[in-house]
Design a protein around this ligand. Structure first.
Ligand SMILES: [Zn+2]
Length: 291
């Protein structure tokens, strides 16, 4: 089935927060800034298709329970780049066109500070992600297709060779409009294992807001669901995009080093061994990856 094309305007039309998979995606407009319904019949009301002033378009909200919308959407314009982030016809990776210049700036800034950041992975199609999910053995290492930020074309895995490079990226990603989606210690919130190498371009303003608040995009969207646009996963081509929780509860279980829990109606798994931790009860009483 040919994948539908996705662009920012489509994302803006499909703002839908959802709690769990299995239902067809809902498409709701972002709430007006005032929270009041707009009466289009009033003389001074904006035309129905007018943008709400100062309200940025919703950002794609992707996690173990929420999907790219539509599930197998492709970015409108992908640019091929080499491992150093330079546009190149024969490059190994593809990124959304909006990411090319910020990525070059990020890599140049890292190099000026003595770190060579190379790209390990960038855009992946739904089918690419399905193949990776099927062939990855470690629990929770690969997102289910439809549930990966890599399908947006704005997420990248960077090759970080040293502790200093990891720290540099955590400190400076926001300078160039990027945010770490899966920082250490937040697996219960993000639904994915810590990945200090995974950054997503969210734009300068949002990246600065996240850095100032010490929050991930997932935390921000949970606090302000109207700022996100999520698909409901019911349109995903493959059933592997949907994982019912079955008997697994939100509190979850530890199966050896694997933490398994029900994340907003979708089964989530993280192997704590990936971050050299074990699965056990955290000081707050919740099962989590702990030292
Ligand atoms: Zn990644």
């Amino acid at each position: 089935m040919p994948a539908m094309r996705l662009d920012a305007s489509l994302l803006g039309l499909a703002a839908a927060a959802l709690l769990g998979c299995g239902r067809p995606p809902a498409a709701i407009a972002p709430a007006p800034a005032t929270g009041e319904p707009v009466d289009a019949g009033l003389a001074d009301a904006p035309p129905p298709d007018a943008a709400v002033p100062d309200a940025p378009p919703p950002v794609a909200w992707v996690d173990p329970a929420r999907c790219v919308s539509p599930c197998d959407a492709e970015p409108a314009k992908l640019v091929r780049v080499d491992r150093d982030g330079e546009p190149a016809a024969g490059g190994d990776h593809r990124v959304d066109a909006s990411v090319v210049e910020p990525l070059r700036a990020l890599i140049a800034a890292a190099r000026a500070d003595g770190h060579r950041l190379r790209i390990n992975s960038a855009y992946r199609s739904y089918d690419d992600q399905a193949r990776i999910f099927r062939t990855t053995k470690q629990a929770g290492r690969a997102a289910r297709p439809g549930h990966s930020e890599h399908q947006l074309g704005t997420a990248l895995d960077l090759d970080l060779r040293t502790r200093k490079a990891i720290d540099w990226l955590a400190s400076h990603a926001a300078d160039h409009g990027f945010a770490l989606s899966y920082p250490p210690g937040k697996q219960r919130i993000t639904g994915y294992r810590p990945e200090p190498w995974h950054v997503r371009f969210v734009g300068a303003e949002l990246a600065a807001e996240l850095r100032a608040g010490g929050a991930t995009l997932e935390e921000l969207l949970r606090a302000s669901p109207a700022r996100g646009a999520a698909g409901a996963c019911g349109d995903c081509p493959s059933p592997i995009s949907r994982a019912d929780c079955g008997e697994t509860t939100a509190a979850g279980t530890c199966d050896g080093t694997v933490l398994r829990w029900c994340y907003d109606g979708a089964l989530a798994e993280v192997d704590c061994a990936a971050s050299r931790q074990r699965c056990a009860r955290a000081p707050g009483g919740e099962l989590d990856c702990v030292e």
